[in-house]
Design a protein around this ligand. Structure first.
Ligand code: HC1
Ligand code: SF4
Length: 568
């Protein structure tokens, strides 16, 4: 709901559902993000009259995805369901009134409707529990929780930190943190898998799309979007475009949304490989701390800082590609384009919730100006397109913008587990042997969805032993052996918090609802196979950036802008 003038609430009641109306007001610049309390989803909305839904314009109703009546039929007028029409509408209205973000895509309602369960007014009304806001991006509403335990299982078994559990309060079973501490103060890594697992909107992520619409509407800002490697995997499924059409389609979509410049942050994945592999080779040569762990997944970095600070010296000092891209755009592009940093509004588009948390860290806001001003998830981006009624036919595919236009297939692979290690191997082997790698570019043994994969690459006397881990609980045995001082037999270890890597990030739509993880992976693998450049170190735009700006890999300026430090 909106804090502020009642007129806004009344405007909300005039034919559009509340949150969409609010988004629309933001989109057009009528209200500011600061006027909205996203965590409040009940209260005054509870009293919205039935006519609000019934007066909704027909085109709007037809737009409503998946309301779960009669197996997700879109149009209320044509509903055929086990429920009487009145009962079905009453059930739908209840969710509409509560303003829940999941109301059109709620698995709980889907199940209830499929089993012909009718909503009956409860004999006992439970008292309202205040919304819990103990994390900067994850909001919990006990009033909607059905105690199914999926969030607890996602945290413990899918991702691994295991910070949630049930507890009893005033005769009700609730979900809270195991330690009783606020979520932000626990070993929560901010991956957001709990939110994706919740079937009924009791857990939500704070959206930042309002801020982005505000910036797009502000003529004093140049608004730049850059988009993560894994996002194209769901673009392909969502809009029905082939893998080779996905990248230009995505660039066209972002331009249509109103961004002034659109970059591919696969470019920064290439930059990461050059920086991180150079760091790795330096550690090998100088007998530095080994094995080296990758640092591009903020969920993994949070885990190390919170649970295993002893292994911080093993973490690569490289920032993630997101933060490298932010720093590069704010420091290199701003100069090149002659735009003051404060007038450059930088938006990252990712499949990841932890990246919202990462961009918000104070060390990534030098002199109070954030390197990345807002992070929106792939799901938020799709919603923005929906709000602007953008459809496939409206998109004009185009290339990404200069000066970060060229990207390599190796960088694209970052989006799935094994991709970072594979891209690093394509450079490390070349550097160690002094010979161009031409015939063995595919390291298939480290691709796929196994929790732990390994490979030993030997070429011309050089040997690199690699482990690839996804799912944080799978990292624990190796980390604990390193802490005990044991030799684990690896030189380089990639860890991604989400099982299967970013294609399974919680900022993407839930896989089974639109596609499969295998399909997402194949989009990235196919793009790599058909890429003009398949090694990060060959990307001509990267080579030019070093020549014109950074000097060389791991240079003083590169350290200043592309590397970081970690705090226990
Ligand atoms: Fe990822 Fe990465 S691959 S972490 O999964 O290293 O989000 O796509 O953007 O930063 O490039 C996510 C994806 C992403 C970073 C890169
Ligand atoms: Fe984010 Fe990817 Fe890490 Fe998941 S694996 S937390 S999506 S960076």
């Amino acid at each position: 709901c909106v804090t502020g003038p009642a007129t806004v609430i009344q405007a909300v009641g005039a034919g559009r559902r509340a949150s969409e109306a609010i988004d629309s007001f933001l989109m057009h610049g009528y209200i500011k993000e600061s006027q909205i309390d996203y965590s409040c989803s009940r209260g005054s909305m509870e009293d919205l009259p039935k006519w609000e839904f019934e007066s909704m314009p027909k085109f709007q109703r037809a737009k409503m995805p998946a309301i779960s009546l009669n197996e997700r039929k879109n149009n209320f007028d044509e509903v055929e369901t086990g429920l009487s029409e009145d009962a079905a509408k009453a059930e739908a209205m209840r969710c509409l009134q509560c303003g829940c973000s999941e109301r059109y895509d709620c698995s709980l309602r889907g199940e209830a409707t499929a089993h012909g369960i009718e909503f009956i007014k409860p004999v006992h009304e439970r008292p309202l529990i205040p919304i819990v806001k103990d994390h900067p991006f994850i909001v919990r509403d006990h009033n909607k929780c059905i105690s199914c335990g999926r969030c607890i299982a996602a945290c413990a078994e899918v991702e691994g930190p295991d910070v949630l559990s049930y507890y009893m309060k005033q005769g009700r079973q609730l979900v809270g943190t195991k330690s009783g501490l606020p979520l932000e103060k626990t070993e929560c890594v901010s991956c957001g898998q709990c939110v994706n697992a919740c079937p009924c909107g009791a857990l939500r992520v704070r959206t930042e799309r309002g801020k982005v619409f505000n910036a797009i509407n502000d003529p004093s800002k140049t608004v730049v979007a850059f988009v993560a490697p894994a996002v194209r995997s769901i673009i392909s499924s969502h809009f029905g475009v082939t893998y080779d059409e996905a990248s230009p389609f995505m660039a066209g979509l972002l331009k249509k949304l109103g961004f002034d410049k659109v970059f591919d942050f696969t470019f920064a994945a290439d930059l990461t490989i050059v920086e991180e592999t150079t760091e790795f080779l330096t550690r090998v040569e100088s007998k530095g701390v080994m094995p080296q762990f990758t640092s591009c997944c903020p969920g993994w970095v949070n885990y190390v800082e919170r649970k295993y600070p002893e292994i911080i010296p093993h973490l690569s000092t490289c920032k993630s590609p997101q933060m490298m891209m932010g720093a590069t755009v704010k420091n290199h592009y701003s100069k090149l384009a002659g735009i003051d940093k404060k007038d450059l509004y930088v938006v990252s588009i990712v499949p990841c919730i932890a990246k919202k948390f990462e961009a918000y860290r104070p060390e990534f806001a030098p002199e109070g100006i954030r390197d990345v001003d807002a992070v929106i998830t792939s799901s938020e981006m799709l919603k923005m397109a929906d709000l602007k009624f953008i459809e496939t036919k409206d998109i004009v595919p185009q290339e990404f913008d200069e000066p970060y236009k060229q990207v390599s297939g190796a960088g694209i692979l970052f989006g799935a587990s094994g991709g970072v290690a594979e891209a690093a191997l394509r450079m490390a082997v070349e550097k160690l042997t002094g010979k161009a790698l031409t015939d063995h570019l595919d390291f298939e043994e480290i691709r796929g969805f196994e929790g732990v994969k390994e490979a030993t690459v030997e070429a011309d006397g050089a040997k690199v032993r690699v482990a690839v881990i996804s799912g944080l609980h799978n990292a624990e045995p190796i980390v604990e052996r390193i802490i005990k001082g044991e030799e684990v037999g690896y030189d380089l270890i990639e860890v991604m918090a989400c099982p299967g890597g970013c294609i399974c990030g919680a900022g993407h739509p839930v896989p089974e609802k639109i596609d499969s993880l295998e399909k997402r992976q194949s989009v990235l693998v196919n793009i790599d196979k058909t890429s003009k450049y398949r090694k990060s170190q060959e990307n001509p735009d990267i080579l030019r950036l070093y020549k014109e700006f950074f000097g060389e890999a791991n240079s003083h300026l590169a350290h200043e802008l592309l590397h970081t430090h970690y705090s226990p």
